[in-house]
Design a protein around this ligand. Structure first.
Ligand SMILES: NC(=O)c1ccc[n+]([C@@H]2O[C@H](COP(=O)([O-])OP(=O)(O)OC[C@H]3O[C@@H](n4cnc5c(N)ncnc54)[C@H](OP(=O)(O)O)[C@@H]3O)[C@@H](O)[C@H]2O)c1
Length: 353
């Protein structure tokens, strides 16, 4: 990884093409249907270091050099043809969660700056947010209401919010978040309380992070042991009874035990939403699921209106972003930011421009 000095023309951006380099690139033009956003901050994924090292084989990055980075906050600078509401100077949230606006059963989609199973998507919308500016298709850009201040931590909440929406969390229900000590899992604990969960059971293995989560209202930590029956009992006890909804956000799990414990903790007709990753198969008991009427739901990302809905929760003081600690690094210090983000129990790491 090498850093080069910025010039006055163009903008500075990280580029990935086998190796990661920092330097000057031309100022982007907004194509039809897109805007150019001048970024203030962009989050760094916990697994970005492994991604840029090419160690995550199930991701599909663009071919050739591109700027990684999935989301960010900033201000609209320029607007392309066919964009009718966003205007220059408007504060916005950019998510990179792109789904083509085509009336077909399975429109092409992708996470801009990270991956897409559609080659045409990753080559059309190649560049992400680890740069001073990003070209963002309009559907991935959400206006930030005036007076909200810094909302970069919303980017961490969107993924678990998508899972809780998909799992139809209703106020007054109980929730288990598995992988609660992780980046998205800990935000999931916060979002579940914001949505009115009666009790949120934070299931994990890292005692320091569990202790931090336990300080939050309506959150009960459970330290997992690896024994499915014992952990399921502990989760039920912590929830005060059988659990309504489990949100699974384990990352890179090598055993299915904690997911199976969350499943076993559910009440009849309970819901398990799978959003994380595991290298182990998930063995399911057909008869048990049938008799209990359990729903097992896979979920990728969140609906297009989720960013605006989450920002409404922040506006209404229902979601307290201050509860999600943020550590900032200058954009040029991305390698150090990636190391910090990979630490167990890391705060939300962002680079600032
Ligand atoms: N579905 C989607 O739309 C979507 C979107 C974004 C990300 N993701 C996925 O979400 C996952 C989490 O991402 P992240 O950034 O939050 O990762 P992270 O910060 O590394 O957190 C992973 C968590 O999983 C826990 N874990 C790992 N193996 C476990 C096991 N065998 N039993 C119990 N807990 C285990 C870790 O606990 P310890 O601290 O105890 O190790 C940690 O709390 C990743 O797999 C990512 O690919 C999915």
């Amino acid at each position: 990884m090498a850093a080069t000095r910025p010039s006055v023309e163009g903008m500075r951006a990280w580029r990935l093409d086998g190796t990661l380099t920092f330097g000057d690139v031309p100022d982007p033009e907004p194509p039809d249907g897109a805007v150019v956003v001048r970024l203030h901050a962009a989050p760094v994924l916990s697994y970005l270091r492994e991604y840029v090292a090419g160690k995550l084989g199930h991701y599909h990055p663009p071919t050739g050099p591109f700027t990684p980075g999935t989301s960010g906050v900033g201000v609209v600078e320029r607007v392309g043809r066919g964009v009718f509401t966003l205007t220059p100077g408007q504060p916005v949230l950019v998510t990179g969660n792109y789904t083509a606006a085509e009336n077909v059963p399975e429109p092409a989609r992708g996470l801009i700056g990270l991956t897409s199973e559609f080659a045409a998507v990753r080559d059309t919308w190649r560049d992400g947010t680890l740069a001073e500016k990003v070209v963002a298709p309009a559907p991935t850009v959400t206006p930030v209401p005036a007076g909200l201040g810094d909302v970069v931590a919303v980017t961490r909440c969107l993924v678990p919010y998508g899972g809780l929406l998909r799992g139809r969390l209703a106020p007054g229900e109980t929730v288990v978040v598995n992988g609660a000590t992780g980046a998205f899992g800990s935000a999931g604990v916060q979002v579940a309380t914001a949505l009115g969960a009666r009790r949120v059971v934070a299931a994990g293995r890292n005692p320091a992070v569990l202790a931090r989560l336990a300080a939050r209202e309506r959150v009960v930590p459970v330290r997992l042991t690896g024994s499915v029956p014992a952990d399921a009992d502990a989760l039920r006890a912590a929830a005060g009874g059988p659990v309504d909804l489990a949100l699974d956000l384990v990352g890179g799990a090598t055993t299915p035990d904690s997911t199976l414990a969350a499943l076993a903790a559910l009440r009849r007709a309970g819901r398990l939403v799978l959003m994380g990753s595991t290298s182990a198969p998930l063995p399911l008991d057909y008869t048990a699921l049938m008799l209990a009427g359990t729903e097992v739901i896979g979920n990728f990302m969140y609906p297009d209106d989720a960013p605006a809905r989450l920002l409404n929760l922040v506006s209404a003081a229902l979601l307290d972003l201050a509860a999600l600690p943020v550590a900032s690094f200058p954009l040029a210090d991305l390698p150090a930011a990636m190391d910090a983000a990979a630490e167990p129990g890391a705060p939300l790491v962002v680079v600032t421009m």
